[in-house]
Design a protein around this ligand. Structure first.
Ligand SMILES: [Mn+2]
Length: 289
């Protein structure tokens, strides 16, 4: 398995300069840096070439996270919003290709953060989702990009809340580059069993986000059953990517979208944040390998 971390642990906005994090995460013991692709469609090619060069120089793999906003929704009822989503994805894939990013995960099949004041029709949205993600998959395949359909808890999404729903969705899409993506934070709310959910995903599992129940980095003695999760990953012979996605600080668009209304970091300096995730990845490698 390859171990990573999402850059937003240290940041308050989606986007910004990812290059300094490449060396940082390498030093902290990671194989992967996950970046936000939210603004890729407007990012200069020159920067993306530099990003790729920096990652290659350190031997760090880049993966991408993305949550479309409500005006870019490929399952939406409004054809203009669907078209806007496809157009943005096409540009995003082109830019990801320049940066050498081969995996994009998130609520790609819908939008995020969900707005429950807007109308929703799960049955119709799922039907459009299956048809449109299939088209999206073929667009992504041009760039050898794999798409992770992230299962989200009920407070953040309504289309895929459980692994069972995601396996059904992905098997109906029936494209080799469309995978189930799980996240222990969301699983903690919706799944009866972490191990059974991972075994149910089986060959469809394409990416896994890691975090404690309150989105701290995984730690020994935490509330998520890391041993059980490791056993299940072994059972399905998973050799893919696992990326921790911790959020401990308030503020900015990240703090607002993640609903950080209290500080989990004790206002510690960046050095302490670094130590915590270096320890976290050491712990996971120790119990999972
Ligand atoms: Mn996640």
């Amino acid at each position: 398995m390859l171990y990573g971390i999402y850059y937003a642990y240290w940041e308050k906005e989606w986007g910004g300069d990812f290059i300094p994090y490449i060396r940082k995460v390498k030093k902290l013991g990671f194989d992967i840096l996950e970046v936000a692709c939210h603004n890729f469609s407007d990012t200069e090619n020159e920067y993306l070439y530099q990003l790729k060069e920096a990652a290659d120089a350190e031997g760090i793999i880049l993966t991408g996270g993305y949550g479309n906003d409500s005006t870019h929704n490929i399952s939406g009822a409004d054809p203009m919003i669907v078209k806007a989503a496809f157009d943005k994805f096409e540009k995003t894939f082109q830019k990801m290709n320049i940066a050498g990013i081969k995996l994009l995960g998130g609520s790609l099949y819908s939008y995020w953060p969900v707005d429950y004041s807007l109308p929703l029709n799960k049955k119709e949205d799922m039907k459009r989702g299956i048809e449109n993600v299939r088209i999206l998959a073929d667009m992504a395949a041009e760039y050898e990009i794999t798409l992770g359909m992230e299962v989200l808890n009920r407070f953040e999404g309504y289309m895929l809340n459980t692994c069972e729903e995601a396996v059904d969705f992905v098997s109906k899409i029936d494209r080799p580059n469309v995978k189930v993506m799980l996240d222990t934070f969301h699983m903690n709310i919706e799944e009866d069993s972490f191990g059974d959910a991972i075994r149910m995903a089986g060959k469809y599992l394409g990416h896994l986000h890691l975090g404690e129940a309150n989105r701290r980095p995984p730690f020994r003695g935490g509330r998520i059953p890391w041993d059980e999760i490791g056993e299940a990953l072994h059972d399905i012979e998973y050799t893919g990517t696992v990326v921790m996605e911790p959020f401990v600080r308030m503020g900015g668009t990240v703090g607002k979208d993640i609903r950080m209304w209290h500080d989990l970091s004790d206002n510690c300096p960046d050095e302490k944040l670094d130590q915590d995730v270096a320890e976290s990845v050491r712990f996971l490698r120790e119990i999972w390998e």
